[in-house]
Design a protein around this ligand. Structure first.
Ligand code: SAH
Length: 213
């Protein structure tokens, strides 16, 4: 057992006390070594319930928000998921630990390169990465049972809705102001689309053709 397991168990207990009960999500977050996804100086803070800075002025979401989004996905092992905004790779690692096949797109070359190396060294072989504008999706590998966007944009990017399987579910923070969005869920079922707005959140900008310019 690594020295951070006690911190991880406490983090998961707090998440569960706040109402997230999905056993798949809780088990994955108990397993993934969150401290390894932030720089050394921040290891001790990795399991506190706050967002942390990563390279290039971006940030890794607080554990509760990772848990909330992961459970809203209503995912099952074996599903294919597209993530937009690889960042540190933590959310991707949690999704992979839930048994999902993960396709993750990052637009910043430095984050893409660093996180690619980290995920290989941690043996997350079920995570496929691409350096691109994720608001265009990753059409060659779709359709996806689930899509998760971990940056906030002004609208739901149309290419992502096109690449969503039927049935399928997409989750994205949408808002018209910097770091001020609502978690928006789009469900596709029998050819119909259903939009639902949820909790207020604070994500970094989704920058791209179907995001902020
Ligand atoms: N899921 C990440 C969160 C990182 S913050 C984690 O667990 O650490 C959001 C990330 O989205 C940043 O790395 C940012 O560069 C990236 N991003 C913003 N716009 C993007 C776009 N159009 N395509 C792909 N990635 C994007």
């Amino acid at each position: 057992m690594d020295q951070y397991q006690i911190s991880r168990d406490r983090m998961v207990r707090e998440i569960s006390e706040r109402g997230i009960k999905d056993p798949l999500v809780l088990a994955a977050m108990r397993k993934v070594p969150r401290h390894l996804f932030v720089e050394d100086a921040l290891h001790a803070q990795a399991y506190a319930d706050s967002p942390l800075p990563i390279a290039c002025g971006q940030s890794i979401s607080q554990p509760y928000i990772v848990a909330l989004m992961s459970s809203l996905l209503q995912a099952a092992p074996g599903m294919c998921i597209l993530e937009i905004g690889t960042g540190s790779g933590y959310q991707a690692a949690v999704l992979n630990a839930m048994g999902l096949k993960v396709y993750s797109v990052e637009r910043l070359p430095q984050l893409y390169a660093n996180t690619g190396k980290l995920l290989i060294s941690l043996r997350y072989h079920g995570i496929h990465m691409k350096l691109a504008d994720g608001t265009e999706g990753w059409p060659e590998s779709g359709p996806y049972d689930r899509i998760i966007v971990t940056a906030g944009g002004p609208e739901v990017p149309a290419p992502l809705v096109d690449q969503l399987a039927d049935p399928g579910l997409l989750i994205i923070p949408v808002g018209n102001r910097y770091r001020n969005q609502r978690l928006t869920i789009v469900r596709k079922d029998k050819g119909k689309l259903l939009h639902e707005e949820g909790d207020a959140v604070s994500f970094v900008d989704l920058v791209g053709a179907h995001g902020w310019k």
